[in-house]
Design a protein around this ligand. Structure first.
Ligand code: ATP
Length: 142
């Protein structure tokens, strides 16, 4: 039997959004944005289910370096060397539309400047600003 068939390399990582499977591959380590800070997940990590926040996922693919992905909030589950990340949104750094994110950031900041007005939803504007700022940060890593 070939070595490839008997050896499991790294952990299996899947990133899923309502739009579908955004990432499906093997990794040596995956870093996800946890509520209390970054979580670095290696093969044979203990079973885990945890919430994740808007931030950057970094997948280290053997031989291919780090792959940055901007994600919205969601959940991570790790079990039996399989990592499943369920998130609202996920974009590979190379696919991020920078002009769109800049426009979203400006829009959010305009709302926040008027946050004391009754028709402005401050929480919504803050979330929007967070998503846009995160996309710009992750896009800058390409
Ligand atoms: P916008 O106001 O520009 O739509 P948003 O933060 O409200 O920004 P989301 O609701 O988080 O957008 O995402 C909606 C969809 O658009 C998702 O599929 C997300 O991956 C995609 N998306 C949002 N912004 C960008 C961007 N700057 N580049 C690439 N895809 C994006």
């Amino acid at each position: 039997m070939a070595v490839e068939e008997t050896t499991t390399i790294g952990l299996k990582c899947e990133i899923v959004t309502p739009e579908g499977l955004i990432y499906d591959g093997r990794a040596d380590i995956v870093v996800v944005p946890g509520e209390m800070g970054e979580l670095g997940i290696l093969p044979r990590h203990a079973s885990l289910v945890s919430r994740t926040v808007v931030g950057e996922v970094r997948v280290n693919e053997s031989g291919n370096g780090w792959k940055p992905i901007a994600v919205g909030s969601g959940y991570v589950k790790m079990q039996f060397d399989r990592l499943l990340l369920l998130v609202n949104t996920a974009e590979n750094a190379v696919d991020i539309d920078v002009a769109r994110a800049q426009a979203a950031l400006e829009r959010a900041e305009q709302y926040l400047a008027r946050a004391d007005e009754p028709e402005v939803d401050r929480h919504r504007a803050e979330q929007s600003r967070r998503r846009a700022a995160n996309r710009l940060k992750v896009a800058g890593k390409v």
